[in-house]
Structures are given as C-alpha cells and as structure tokens.
Design a protein around this ligand. Structure first.
Ligand code: ACM
Length: 571
C-alpha cells in the first residue's frame, strides 16, 4: 500500500488523485513524482540532529540542502480521507510535524506499507523534495514521526528543515512501558497527557495505569458506585518528609470518570501508545474493601477496613468468595471496553499478605474444600479465575512476579519482574516456565527512587528509599539481555518498564523531575543492545533535548541534580 500526503508548487493540480493507493517500491516513486512535483529545498543544513533512542541506522547529510519545513507540509484532503493517509497524518500531527495547514505549502511525503519486516520497523528517506516513509505496519508511523520530529533542525538561514537523511530502525524490545500511580497522589488528566507526550517522544508504547490501591480507588465503576464515593477519599496522608507522621488533611474524592478514561486512552492511541489498566487483586485492596467490606475477610476479629492513610503493605486482601469473584467479573466488564486496545490487563498480585486468610474461618474452609496446602494458594486461585475471565475477551493477564508464588500460573500470564533484591531470579524463573516477561527491576527502573544523595536533589528524603541512587546513568547501565541468557530466555523477555510510585510524588512537577531524563535512558535501553551504548555519548544527546524539555515546560533534572523549576517542587 502506498500513498502520498502531498503538496505542490503548482496549485490546481489534483495530487490527491495522482497519489491513489498503489503497490510500488519507493525508488520507483522517486522516479515518478520527483518530476511531477517540486518542493523548494532548504538552504544548506548546518548540524546533524540527534535522536533518542538512537536509531539502528541514522545517516544525515550536513552542509547540503535539506527538506524545507519553512512552509509546513500540505496534506491533500482526499489523501487524508484514506485510512492509511489518516494514520500518517495523525502520527505526524501528534509528533508536531504537521500543524494546522496553511493553503500554499510545499513539500511532499510518501508512505509505503511494506510487510515482511519486524513489527515496528520503519525507514525514512528525506530528499530536498520528498520525505519517504516505509513502515511494516501503520503503528510504526508513530515511531517514524517521532524520529522526524527529533530530526528537525535549522538551515543556514535559521528556517526549520530536515537534513537529507536515511534511517532504518526497529526496537530491540516490543513492550516499552511507564507506570504511573495516581492512587497515592492524584495526577490530573492534563498532567497524565503531558506524560504521554513525553513517553511518545521516546517511543515508549505502553502506559501502565495503576488505578487501584490501598490509598485510593481511581476508576469509576458504575455498578459499584461506592468504590469511588468511599474508596477515592482518605482521611489523611503521610508527610513527605516523614512517612511516620501524617498531615491530618482529608483528600478526595479523586477518581477518573469513564469518559475521562476514554479520553486518555484515545489520546494515548493518537500518540501510538496503548494503555494497560491495573486493577489490584487480591492485595493492595484496602480502598476497594473499605467501599464494600463484604468483599474482604469480614469474619476475622476487629475487622474494620478503611482507605489506607499510611504507605507500605497493608493486611486487607479480598476473600475467596463467589461474591468477590462476581465483583471482579463485573468490574472487568466495565473496564475492558474502556481499554479496547489493551491486549493485556494488569491484575496486580504483588504484596498480598496471607495473614487475614490464615485468620478467616471462611478462607480456611475454602482451603479445605479445595485441598489447598497453604493460604498463598488462595492468591493462586484468584490469578487463575481472573485469567479465565479475561481470556474469552482476548486479554492476557499481567501480574507482578509474586503471582508465581505458591503454584503454577496460566502459561499465557505475563510476569512483570520487579523484586530485584528479594527475588533477583524472578525474571529468569518466569522465562524458564514459559511466561513472557517484562523487566521492571526495582534496582534500576523505580523512578520514584532518589537519583542521588545530594542536597540539591529534592527527592532526597531522610527515610526509606534514599539509599537508592538511580540516576539516568544507573538506568542506562542496565542490560536486559545479558550474554548468558539462552535464545529461548531472550525470546521471553518482551520488554521493560519503569515504575513511578507516587508516595513521595505530590505534584506533577516532582513527577517530571523523577522521570526526565531517566525516561530517555529507559527508552534507549529497550531499543538498543547494551554493547552499542555509551553513556558519555548519550549525555550529549540528553543535553540536545534540553530545548525540547524547556519548550514543553518540563521540570527536568539537570546533570548536577538541580530541577529546572525548583520553585514548583513540593517541600
Ligand atoms: C511493587 O513495587 N509493589 C510492584
């Protein structure tokens, strides 16, 4: 399939008809259209842009005329009505290449869908007259568009231009994610969208949205209104500087309506990002159980569930009642349609304490009835039940690596391996059991952790996680596919993800400080083999991003640890 998004100096020529769908190789296109339309070349381009993550092949011609963007690129309306044309236009607009288009523009873009490459493969060829894009699938247009966006430079007159270039590229790992946690501290829709724009620039393609936890339930479920009426408020919050004390200030209600969720999901899709929702089962469930106490182990002594006002691991787990399984099914019935592109749904599964199941006569009877050897196997039952619920909808489950405790989980389950200190072998264990694995080690990819023990780093707080020094260099040093992994194990490592828990992240400015530029390092670790990376060279490319960070008003972390906007940081 090929088509052009075009503009022409010769007004009146109906290029939309000329460029109707054809299957042609791009060089043939160059021969045909090079003579038919002519776009003004730029003046010589002076500098070679840099790109994060570094493409597999990226060659630019400096000192020569490039493709002028002084007038933008005009898109013919007939082309824009084709599905492929619309996809290309969306990708280019989302990357900021196309803006509202004035009438008399110049420049031409040709797109070819060329199956037979890896899923996210794309190639770019820029000449002074044309931009040729070849992609293995339409979604790869988003990747190509971001490479183009990062390649925009100036010609010697100061006008925007792309240098002539040849790019061929595809990622090493297919799942490249970031997790955000609006449960501990709220994150507005606008702030969430800003993070999505940052993710898209660096070609991350999965936004893992942690929507439920002990300290708040954040997604509207119409059948269970108390989840948000009760579960999205809390009485107080631990202080940033001392988690043992709290602020005595109620928060909430804070939750996303289903319309807001749809809006974010559509926005993410428009950037080439799929949103993966997380509904925590069976632990991290205090807020859920505070709303509907009967879903918990209500027969234990002094049972008084409430939305948590402290951090850490809390005892409230769901009870293995049919009523609870029905609740999960009904919640999922509302969740799944909100995330139509999510081939995976995260069911949590981390840090689910066994103590309430050990105390609960009902849970004990359940164990006897099902011949369970220990209370941990109750979690295992939850995992299987939910996997079975989701499978007919074409969704696989993802679980934190604790889902592997106490028994086999369905082979289709994806394991998110995070406990690098407690369970350093979790990823390989999962791979050896035949699970797809997403690497999310807390030793490297916990973006809530401090980036250095220097007073200038406002993430430095005198407790807990401060010993972690996970600056971008540390993230960058990670090798997801060490040489000793077998081919089969490598195949199972489908991607990686950074997690940004929000106990210590009270506002979006702090969030940006924690994420940028670490996200750049994460993106390149996912894209490029470790042996091809060099941190000192990468630093130069990070610095080349500073103007974009500033343009985006991002409170990024400078090399010396100082935030770009210190006044906006919470204290
Ligand atoms: C986790 O950090 N509890 C997944």
């Amino acid at each position: 399939m090929s088509f052009r998004v075009s503009a022409c100096l010769t007004r009146g020529v109906d290029l939309g008809i000329v460029c109707a769908m054809k299957v042609l190789i791009p060089t043939f296109f160059a021969g045909i259209y090079g003579g038919m339309v002519w776009a003004a070349p730029s003046a010589p381009v002076q500098t070679s842009p840099s790109v994060i993550p570094q493409p597999v092949r990226y060659e630019t011609q400096v000192g020569e005329a490039g493709f002028s963007l002084a007038q933008g690129i005009k898109v013919h309306y007939k082309v824009s009505r084709s599905a492929e044309g619309a996809a290309a236009i969306r990708a280019l607009m989302s990357a900021g290449i196309l803006h509202v288009l004035p009438e008399e523009n110049e420049g031409e873009l040709t797109v070819t869908v060329e199956p037979g490459h890896g899923k996210e493969w794309y190639a770019i060829h820029v000449t002074p007259q044309q931009i040729y894009l070849r992609v293995s699938e339409l979604n790869a247009l988003y990747l190509a568009a971001q490479t183009l966006a990062q390649s925009i430079t100036e010609d010697e007159t100061g006008a925007p231009a792309l240098p002539c270039m040849q790019v061929e590229d595809e990622p090493m790992l297919s799942y490249r994610g970031l997790m955000l946690d609006p449960c501990r501290h709220p994150l507005s829709i606008e702030q969430t969208k800003k993070m999505l724009r940052i993710m898209a620039r660096y070609k991350l393609n999965r936004f893992h949205w942690h929507l439920t936890d002990d300290q708040g339930w954040r997604i509207e479920i119409k059948k269970y209104p108390k989840l948000t009426e009760v579960g999205s408020r809390r009485d107080s919050t631990p202080l940033l500087t001392n988690h043992e004390k709290n602020d005595n200030t109620p928060t909430g209600p804070f939750f996303y309506t289903q319309d807001e969720i749809r809006d974010v999901v559509a926005y993410a899709n428009s950037l080439g990002i799929t949103v993966i929702p997380e509904i925590e089962i069976p632990g991290h469930a205090s807020a859920c159980i505070a709303a509907y106490p009967e879903l918990g182990n209500s027969d234990i002594e002094s049972y008084a569930p409430r939305v948590a006002t402290t951090w850490g691991v809390l005892p409230f787990t769901m009870a293995p009642k049919e009523e609870t399984f029905r609740f999960i099914e009904e919640v999922m019935a509302e969740v799944l349609p909100l995330f139509p592109k999510a081939d995976m749904v995260h069911i949590g599964g981390d840090e689910a304490p066994r103590e309430q199941w050990q105390q609960s006569p009902f849970a004990q009877a359940y164990m006897k009835q099902h011949g369970l050897k220990n209370a941990g196997q109750i979690q295992h039952h939850f995992t299987h039940r939910v996997a079975e619920m989701l499978a007919p909808h074409g969704r696989r489950i993802i679980g934190w690596d604790e889902i592997m405790m106490d028994g086999e989980v369905p082979p289709t389950a994806v394991v998110m391996a995070w406990r690098s200190w407690v369970k350093p072998d979790a990823a390989l264990t999962a791979a050896n059991r035949g699970h797809d694995v997403i690497l999310s080690p807390d030793s490297h990819f916990y973006f809530n952790f401090a980036q250095g023990k220097i007073p200038a780093d406002p993430a430095y707080t005198p407790h807990g996680w401060v010993e972690a020094k996970q600056d971008w260099r540390h993230v960058y040093s990670y090798n997801p596919l060490p040489a000793h992994y077998t081919a089969e194990q490598r195949k199972r490592i489908i991607g990686l993800q950074a997690n940004c828990w929000s106990e210590s992240i009270q506002n979006s400015s702090k969030l940006e400080y924690q994420v940028v530029p670490r996200i750049c390092a994460l993106a390149e670790v996912a894209w490029r083999p470790a042996e091809l990376r060099n941190a000192d060279e990468f630093l130069q490319r990070i610095k080349a991003e500073y103007p974009w960070f500033k343009q985006m008003n991002i409170n990024f972390r400078h090399e010396d640890g100082s935030p770009a906007a210190p006044e906006s940081m919470p204290r």
